[in-house]
Write a protein that binds this ligand. Structure first.
Ligand code: SF4
Length: 405
């Protein structure tokens, strides 16, 4: 598979926990639209052999802040310069507080066929704490609007392990979401990312991350509740009805290639990964000078490819054992030995259809199990992980206009 990712770096208001690159200067969207179209053309001109794209993903930020005519401009530039399959999945992330019947109908008529709503919670107080711009009611209405506009593939994101969240409020959010019958649900644990206002609150003792056991309990509730409601887990944080797995995410987890556009976007072409400048100013400056806005790039060494393959595949559909053997000349079953037995006895993982896959209990321990596996692979190959130094561009503009409490 081949994919196209577009990062739209604007939000009406920054959420307290958000570490994605997005800014509140929405008056710059018009100029940005011009610039990302130029980047698409510049990138397309670097290579005439890009495969046909199976997925297109507008992420952010808040892509739904773009008007249908701005989206139309970007999509038609993409279609003019890249080949996009007629059956491609074309996803757009939306904030429930920014959509209307007219805007969703217009996006649908442009060929966008999948929406992803950042809902995060159906509890009014939790939403206020997170400084989301929408209410639970708006999230419900957004789903109704999406269906009325003809979208039959809709994701909703929910967050757990929020400060003061208890089992009841989490179950309540899950049930309200299930009642809306989205086709896909992503359930993430809240992370206190350094540099965010939430992190500053934690440092001042004003907000505390959930205890590990509580986090695990809430995660287990999510798995049980969603599975009982017909959502099959196909990755640590992702659940879908039959046939509604997100193809773009599956592409990432399969190590397939993708081109990316927009500030802070990461791409993977051939053997090379690249990432764009985070700062919109610097991004725009490069584009205006006719230069691709790449902050840095790297080619993964063989042991890094192995690490990445194990990490990505284990958290999703499972490690393809034969393929792993072919690509890295390593037999995972032999290398794991008793450890694998231990995983199986604890119902953390199993081997099925040639894959080492996690079971529900194992997903809860995914990070820990991945580290164990990597350590075993490392020991076996005696590779020394090379510490690379990057002069990665970080944002040089203030992202938050919120006072840090
Ligand atoms: S809506 Fe909130 S979480 Fe989403 S990108 Fe914007 S600031 Fe971040």
């Amino acid at each position: 598979m081949f994919g196209l990712y577009l990062h739209i770096p604007f939000c009406e208001k920054k959420c307290i926990y958000c570490d994605f690159y997005s800014i509140e200067r929405t008056e710059e969207i018009d100029v940005f639209t011009e610039n990302i179209c130029r980047e698409i053309i510049m990138r397309a001109n670097t290579d005439t052999t890009f495969p046909q794209a199976d997925t297109v993903f507008f992420g952010g930020g808040t892509p739904s802040l773009l008007s249908p005519s701005q989206m139309e401009k970007i999509l038609s530039t993409l279609r003019q310069h890249f080949s996009i399959a007629a059956t491609a999945e074309i996803t757009m992330e939306c904030n429930p507080g920014t959509v209307t019947h007219d805007s969703l109908s217009a996006y649908r008529s442009l060929g966008i066929n999948r929406l992803s709503f950042g809902v995060q919670s159906f509890d009014e107080q939790e939403l206020q704490f997170l400084q989301r711009i929408h209410s639970p009611q708006q999230a419900m209405e957004a789903m109704a609007l999406a269906r009325a506009a003809g979208f039959d593939n809709v994701n909703m994101d929910l967050m757990f392990a929020l400060p003061d969240q208890n089992k009841k409020t989490w179950q309540n959010s899950l049930h309200k979401m299930i009642a809306l019958q989205p086709d896909h649900i992503s359930a993430y644990s809240l992370i206190f990312e350094e540099g965010t206002p939430l992190f500053a609150l934690m440092k001042k003792g004003l907000a505390n991350p959930a205890k590990e056991e509580h986090d695990a309990e809430l995660y287990e509730i999510a798995i049980e509740t969603l599975s009982a409601a017909g959502y099959a887990q196909y990755e640590v944080s992702n659940f879908a009805k039959s046939g509604k797995q997100c193809r773009h995410n599956v592409l990432y987890w399969s190590g397939d290639r993708y081109c990316s556009f927009g500030p802070s976007a990461h791409g993977f072409i051939g053997d090379e990964r690249y990432w764009n400048f985070r700062s919109l100013r610097r991004y725009s400056d490069y584009i205006q000078r006719g230069i691709l806005p790449i902050a840095n790039k790297e080619t993964l060494q063989i042991h890094e490819q192995m690490f990445e393959r194990a990490f990505l595949e284990l958290r999703a559909k499972g490690i393809r054992l034969e393929q792993f053997m072919q690509d890295f000349s390593l037999n995972i079953e032999d290398i794991m030995g008793d450890e694998l037995l231990w995983w199986k006895q604890n119902h953390w993982a199993h081997i099925s259809q040639g894959r080492l896959s996690l079971l529900a209990k194992g997903y809860a321990l995914c990070d820990e199990l991945t580290l164990t596996l990597i350590a075993l692979l490392e020991k076996e190959t005696e590779s020394q992980w090379e510490q690379k130094e990057y002069s990665e561009e970080r944002d040089d503009e203030p992202v938050f206009s919120l006072p840090i409490l």
